[in-house]
Design a protein around this ligand. Structure first.
Ligand code: SAM
Ligand code: SF4
Length: 320
């Protein structure tokens, strides 16, 4: 379906939980999130009903996110259910990678199409300070290597002042075939704060010290708004998502569903439509479809990061 600004909306990010086994400082409060009652969270059958309504409007690409989606039980069952819906183009997952290794085979068997693994540093000390937990980085890197070659893998690294010495090491993960590495500007959402000094140009200057031929390749890879570079010495690509300095809103093709069933037209604004209420009122699929149309109609032209009065919710709630 096309919105008021001519954007074709075809992508739904689905948050499975706002809980997480990490406490990334830009995303989660140190104390975690208040416990929600079980019945507040959408059940898998409800997510599938929403996906069916979305598919009827040509929204055919689903990304499972969170919080950490893999802390929720039996994610492969949901992947399989979504993949089996007529018309589904892709089901992908965004994870911090800690539980990925143990669930990879089941996710592949369920038909998962691609995975994004969030990893901002390869240094254990930095990782522990940033995530406020003491898991080893090696566990995440092992999961990335295990997944590479089985399905497309993107490593997503948020650009942070304290991890600037990691850009080369992170980019080098793209030496593995099947792994792209993307650097993402921190967004001023929840606990996040954009740092105007951490730009794609600065990262590129450092990376070109090692890969002088690193150049834009104009490829569109996956479903995200990244722009990509390639170098002869890297099998994968290096991408940049500069949401703050270069707005990507003109090509934004997505809606977001929170784990409690609110459909949000834009990452930046807290407004949304209560799909859970509609589902549980017993209204039929037409009511869901109408609500999704309304969310698309209400999708703002652009985000509000510059104004700094956008979402007060943290990213674990919105789903990134
Ligand atoms: N737990 C999973 C993970 O970390 O991939 C999925 C949810 S997480 C909210 C999704 C993505 O949002 C992660 O890549 C994370 O780095 C990113 N993120 C969270 N807060 C952010 C912020 N303030 N600015 C930019 N990216 C952010
Ligand atoms: Fe958890 Fe992902 Fe947020 Fe980190 S970015 S706290 S891993 S939800």
């Amino acid at each position: 379906m096309t919105d008021h600004y001519g954007r074709v909306i075809r992508y739904l990010r689905i948050s499975l939980t706002d809980r997480c086994n990490l406490r990334c400082r830009y995303c989660m409060p140190a104390e975690g999130v208040p416990l929600r009652r079980h019945e507040e969270i959408l059940r898998y059958e409800e997510i599938v009903e929403i996906a069916k309504a979305a598919l009827s409007l040509d929204i055919d690409t689903f990304k499972l996110t969170g919080g950490e989606p893999l802390v929720r039980r039996d994610v492969p069952a949901l992947v399989a259910a979504l993949k089996n819906l007529p018309g589904t183009r892709q089901v992908t997952l965004t994870t911090n990678g800690l539980l990925l290794g143990g669930q990879l085979e089941a996710l592949l068997a369920a038909g998962l199409d691609a995975v994004n693994v969030s990893l901002d540093t390869l240094d254990d000390g930095q990782y522990h300070a940033l995530t406020r937990r003491d898991y080893p980085v090696a566990a995440v890197v092992a999961a990335v290597r295990q997944a590479a070659g089985r399905l497309p893998v993107k490593v997503n690294a948020v650009l942070l002042p304290e991890t600037a010495d990691q850009w080369l090491a992170l980019a080098n993960l793209a030496a593995d075939p099947g792994v792209d590495v993307r650097f993402i500007e921190e967004m001023p959402i929840g606990k996040g704060e954009a740092d105007p000094n951490l730009t794609a140009d600065r990262v590129l200057a450092v990376l070109r010290g090692r890969w002088p031929d690193l150049a834009p390749c104009g490829e569109h890879r996956g479903n995200g708004p990244a722009h990509y570079y390639k170098a002869a010495g890297l099998a994968g690509r290096i991408g940049f998502i500069d949401a703050v300095t270069h707005r990507f809103c003109a090509s934004c093709d997505r809606l977001r569903l929170t784990c409690t069933g609110t459909l949000r037209p834009c990452l930046c604004y807290d407004d949304g439509i209560d799909l859970r209420g509609i589902l549980r009122s017993g209204a039929g699929p037409e009511a869901l479809q109408k609500a999704i149309r309304q969310a698309i109609a209400e999708k703002p032209e652009a985000h509000c990061f510059g104004a700094r009065h956008g979402s007060q919710q943290t990213m674990n709630t919105i789903g990134g």
